[in-house]
Design a protein around this ligand. Structure first.
Ligand SMILES: Nc1ncnc2c1ncn2[C@@H]1O[C@H](COP(=O)(O)OP(=O)(O)O)[C@@H](O)[C@H]1O
Ligand SMILES: [Mg+2]
Length: 231
């Protein structure tokens, strides 16, 4: 028996705009197995962020079918989609998206606000997740009191504290210097090592080369999907 894929995309199309139509994606088909680690590459404007948002059920495609852990996104109830986003999918964005008024610990806890987790367990998990990314001693710091690399590590802790089965990261190292970027990628790969699928969007070829599978988009089309012998 083969396992249900973590993500299954069938002929995904996406158009934006009513008067002037922008075709962001055309006929993208892709399947990602549970625990599979994959880089999503391509030039700016090729549709990477749009595809990632569709994988995370943040956007609905104009055409095609999306299944997340076997759940058909088009026909699922809102409640089911909300549960997927709250408990099964962890997001990490280029601009960190931390709440500016909450401490590092508060941000990680807030990430669990919609999980079926009691407040005391929320606190416990958040403390552990911050320790996992090496920020135990920064728990009470506000985002402005942290470096970019540290802010992204808080965002990773927030995503991992959910114990998601799918991690989606959109150019998570785009705003970071080399050393911070490497740490962030190490943490994402480590997080993915615990039976989590990871889709990492990057236009950095050296970074993509560290991952076992590389999918490439150009002008909204999937133009390459290969395994990386070196990874
Ligand atoms: N909300 C939107 N409204 C209109 N056009 C959009 C929107 N989001 C993305 N696009 C367009 O879709 C294309 C793909 O964008 P995007 O997915 O952000 O690419 P990438 O992440 O690879 O840089 C671009 O032409 C972009 O301008
Ligand atoms: Mg993008």
């Amino acid at each position: 028996m083969t396992a249900v894929p973590a993500l299954e995309l069938e002929k995904i199309g996406m158009e934006f705009g009513r008067t002037v139509r922008v075709r962001a994606l055309s006929e993208v088909s892709l399947s990602i197995a549970p625990g599979e680690v994959c880089a999503l590459t391509g030039p700016t404007g090729s549709g990477k962020s749009t595809l990632l948002a569709i994988m995370g059920t943040l956007e609905r495609p104009s055409a095609g079918r999306v299944r997340v852990e076997g759940v058909d996104v088009a026909t699922a109830r809102d409640r089911t989609l909300a549960r997927l986003r709250a408990q099964r999918i962890g997001f990490v964005f280029q601009t960190f998206q931390l709440h500016p008024r909450l401490s590092a610990l508060g941000n990680v806890e807030q990430g669990l606000a919609y999980s079926a987790v009691s407040p005391s367990e929320r606190r416990e998990r958040a403390v552990a997740a911050l320790a996992d990314v090496g920020l135990a001693d920064r728990a009470e710091h506000l985002p402005t009191q942290l470096s970019g690399g540290e802010q992204q590590r808080v965002a990773i802790a927030r995503a991992l504290a959910k114990e998601p089965s799918i991690l989606l990261a959109d150019e998570p190292t785009g705003n970071l210097d080399q050393a911070a970027a490497e740490m962030v990628v190490d943490l994402l790969l480590e997080g993915a090592g615990r039976q989590r699928a990871l889709v990492l969007v990057t236009h950095n070829d050296a970074l993509a080369g560290r991952l076992p599978r590389v999918v490439r988009l150009e002008r909204g089309r999937l133009v390459a999907d290969g395994s990386n012998a070196a990874a």
